[in-house]
Design a protein around this ligand. Structure first.
Ligand SMILES: [Zn+2]
Length: 439
């Protein structure tokens, strides 16, 4: 058995060398799409690729694929950041991890695994949050490749990279190659901070999913998920109002599951299961290994082309920068230019307040809640002020207490029609400005 394993490992190394041989052909001769002004085939480009310092953010489903792909594409100085530890449920697709690794840090285990398999590659792990690192740290890399599942983390790194751009220093512009997947769907994009549309400009591409109308849930459920949502939203409220729903509590999920099952029987709808209940209530979309592989491949090809200039890549201003992929209904891909938003709070140099029509009779609390759902804001812990006064702050506790009575007040009592408000959120190093217009 041990012999077999070492034989396989040995042949893997041979395979790696053979793969590199073909890859190097891209780097040692011109192709029909190479730009003679920016690409010089030969040893120097192979050498410079091996010295290119690249940062991978995320060592999960996409991250495992990305680390493996970059290592096999000729990158030899790779850094990886991930704060998570390995869970047994990751093992079906996060192929750099084994059962014995459960509980260990993803970044560390992934780095060791790839280093062992692909000789000559150095992977430096950091087990922690991207927010732990500062501008000086990010400045050392030539490009950043993201395989994240969190919008919040992407917004943070995007704001950091855009903020780092210093027009007098071309090296301060760090291309960000971003991949994302959700079930059978995914996207790959390149952001050239300050030059192309940034993640914040594209935020509405990640609009929170539309909810099923309440009347469907209450009267004519058609799908098992409708029965679960009914139990979640309506039955719990009616029968267990005094208990706060904890989606990690198996007793709570069991209660919802049984309620949903009973309702499904009444309407003759098959398919309600415990794990579906968990998925719907916790809003879990199954991760699909092959979607990760497709998106990671696209992302790494862009990283390879950016590092070597062999072929045109996504992201030149005025050209395509965003590729979407969907395997929901057979296969469809579409590549387009996502344009910069002139009022983007991150990358626009002269961002003016965005006009926002609101109901003057709604309360400040309602308004703040709506910011969580608004596709271009998606702020969960907003603080809000006008030029003259603080309307509501979550921190520090003293200010929270002082501004809390405003939450119940009508917007029209707090601001003038057409007045500007500034909104911040502790998760993001940026400020949103809105001009409130009463309808
Ligand atoms: Zn932007």
């Amino acid at each position: 058995m041990v012999d077999q394993v070492s034989e396989i490992c040995g042949s893997m190394e041979g395979l790696t060398l053979r793969r590199r041989k073909y890859l190097d052909k891209f780097l040692t001769r011109e192709g029909p799409f190479t730009d003679p002004d920016s690409f010089m085939p030969g040893e120097p480009v192979i050498e410079s690729l091996s010295r290119t310092k690249v940062l991978v953010i995320g060592a999960g489903g996409l991250g495992c694929e990305i680390l493996k792909n970059l290592a096999l594409s000729g990158f030899k100085d790779i850094h990886v950041i991930d704060m998570d530890t390995i869970d047994v449920s990751n093992l079906n697709r996060q192929f750099l991890f084994r059962h014995a690794d459960v509980g260990k840090y993803k970044a560390e285990v992934a780095a060791k695994f790839v280093e062992k398999r692909v000789k000559g590659v150095k992977i430096t792990p950091y087990c922690g949050k991207i927010q732990d690192k500062d501008e000086e740290y990010y400045m050392q890399f030539a490009l950043i490749v993201c395989g994240l599942d969190s919008i919040e983390a992407r917004r943070w790194i995007n704001a950091m990279l855009v903020g780092m751009v210093d027009e007098s220093n071309p090296d301060s512009m760090k291309p960000m190659v971003d991949g994302g997947t959700e079930g059978f769907k995914g996207q790959a994009r390149v952001i050239l901070p300050s030059m192309t549309s940034c993640f914040e400009c594209q935020l509405d591409m990640h609009a929170p999913r539309a909810a099923v109308p309440l009347c469907t849930l209450a009267t004519i459920p058609r799908q098992p998920q409708h029965c679960i949502e009914w139990a979640h939203i309506i039955a719990w409220e009616e029968e267990r109002k005094e208990i706060t729903l904890d989606t990690d509590d198996p007793e709570h999920i069991t209660w919802l599951y049984q309620k949903a099952l009973k309702r499904a029987h009444e309407f003759n709808i098959p398919g309600v299961t415990y794990s579906m209940t968990q998925g719907v209530v916790k809003n879990i979309i199954p991760a699909i290994a092959s979607t990760n592989a497709i998106i990671a491949a696209a992302v790494c090809n862009e990283a390879f082309k950016i590092a070597t200039n062999t072929n045109p890549f996504l992201g030149f201003p005025g050209t395509n920068n965003y590729m979407m992929y969907t395997g929901d209904d057979s296969i469809y891909t579409y590549t387009f230019e996502h344009e910069k938003k002139p009022d983007c709070p991150v990358c626009s140099t002269d961002a003016v307040a965005r006009p926002l029509t609101v109901d003057g009779n709604s309360t400040l609390q309602d308004f703040l809640d709506s910011l969580a759902e608004r596709p271009e804001a998606q702020l969960k812990k907003p603080a809000i002020r006008t030029e003259a006064k603080s309307l509501y702050y979550q921190f520090p506790p003293g200010l929270e207490e002082q501004t809390r009575p405003n939450l119940a007040k009508k917007l029209s009592e707090l601001v003038e029609n057409g007045e500007e408000v500034a909104i911040t959120d502790p998760a993001f190093p940026l400020q949103f400005k809105y001009k409130l217009i009463f309808k």
